[in-house]
Design a binder for this molecule. Structure first.
Ligand SMILES: NC(=O)c1ccc[n+]([C@@H]2O[C@H](COP(=O)([O-])OP(=O)(O)OC[C@H]3O[C@@H](n4cnc5c(N)ncnc54)[C@H](OP(=O)(O)O)[C@@H]3O)[C@@H](O)[C@H]2O)c1
Length: 330
């Protein structure tokens, strides 16, 4: 098939592009050309999707059989994608589990769960989904919606629970304690990007997937405390995990804490059974340990591990928490 990826050189889409080429598809990427990593044999159309007329004209001119939109974030993007790919046989829109929100009525969350997003990111993805499903029902626009949970790979730094930052890796290397939220027992799922790629690549062009919504994650979960202990094993040094309540992390204005407030402090467990039924080629194989090993190797190679000695906020949080621990009320 003649396939276009809107995106294609980022975290999730790089392995998808590679796999599509291996499968013998004729692959084109549309992006601004800011990132390296266009695989051999892949065409690149340079452009910004927010320049709507040029983007839509380029996609219509490409006469693609199928497409994957990796970077559609709101209703305007969705309208533009529908115009850009009118006449296509199949399009996958990459949404997110943040569309469900975090107050789950049941776990694991299935695709029929109510949508109660708590962030603009989630709300805008819900609006984009609505545009696509309207286009499907009213015009027969052949869309499939994927909702990934955390999908990590070498393009990103290794995530942590309490904030969007990577200095914690250096803290472990230096034997310093690290903070988790509460008791670190909030449950989460981590999918390595190479394991996500077959879901996209094998769903593409599959009749039974059209008009469907699929959760996309590994069929297993763990606590953030276990996640951080796994990282310690990979790094080769054990450090203390210090629990700090979410309220204290927020009150202390922990830098970049919002990811913890809106996602990582909650039990976020989703069910990928529907995807595994309809796309049996999606069978994640890469363990958390292996995935972390690969990401840490990329961070080392590319000098992306921040020096934790240059920041003191985590030491100050830990000191304050230890003081609370000394409190005796009777
Ligand atoms: N990773 C996760 O855990 C996760 C979880 C849930 C949902 N998602 C969803 O997955 C999708 C992909 O996420 P990702 O971070 O892995 O990204 P990705 O698709 O792997 O990378 C971003 C790609 O888009 C291109 N791009 C960015 N802005 C552009 C623009 N304005 N015009 C044209 N191209 C542009 C980038 O290249 P240039 O910069 O060169 O343009 C790059 O090729 C997103 O929709 C996200 O909401 C991700």
């Amino acid at each position: 098939m003649k396939v276009c990826i809107v995106g294609g050189t980022g975290n999730i889409s790089t392995p998808i592009a590679r796999l599509l080429v291996e499968m013998g598809h004729q692959v084109t990427l549309f992006n601004r050309g800011l990132n390296p990593g266009v695989p051999a044999g892949v065409a690149l159309i340079k452009g910004d999707r927010r320049e709507r007329p040029a983007f839509e004209a380029a996609m219509q001119a490409g006469k693609f059989d199928a497409a994957i939109d990796m970077i559609c974030f709101n209703a305007e993007d969705a309208h533009s994608t529908v115009r850009a790919f009118r006449g296509i046989k199949h399009l996958i829109f990459t949404s997110t589990v943040c569309t469900y929100g975090v107050q789950s009525d049941w776990l694991p969350v299935t695709e029929d769960h109510p949508l109660r997003p708590i962030t603009d990111y989630g709300r805008h993805k819900v609006e984009a989904s609505r545009i696509f499903m309207e286009a499907y029902y009213h015009e027969g626009f052949p869309v499939t919606i994927f909702k990934p949970s955390t999908t990590f790979g070498p393009r990103w730094n290794l995530l942590r629970q309490i904030a969007w930052e990577a200095g914690w890796v250096d803290r472990i290397k230096k034997g310093k304690p690290i903070v988790v939220c509460g008791d670190g027992r909030a449950l989460h799922q981590w999918l390595y990007v190479d394991d996500a790629a077959p879901a996209f690549a094998f769903a593409l062009g599959r009749e039974r997937c059209v008009g469907q919504v699929y959760n996309l994650m590994k069929n297993e979960f763990g606590s953030w405390a276990d996640y951080h202990r796994t990282a310690m094993q990979v790094i080769g040094r054990e450090v203390e995990l210090v629990g700090v309540p979410l309220a204290s992390l927020l009150a202390a204005r922990t830098p970049n804490v919002s990811i913890c407030e809106t996602i990582f402090s909650h039990n976020t467990v989703y069910c990928p059974d529907k995807l595994m039924r309809d796309v049996p080629e999606f069978r994640p194989k890469i363990s958390l340990t292996e995935g972390m090993t690969r990401v840490l190797a990329a961070m080392e190679r590319e000098g992306r591990i921040p020096d934790s000695d240059k920041e003191d906020w985590e030491d100050r949080l830990i000191a304050a928490q230890r003081k609370v621990g000394e409190l005796k009320l009777s």
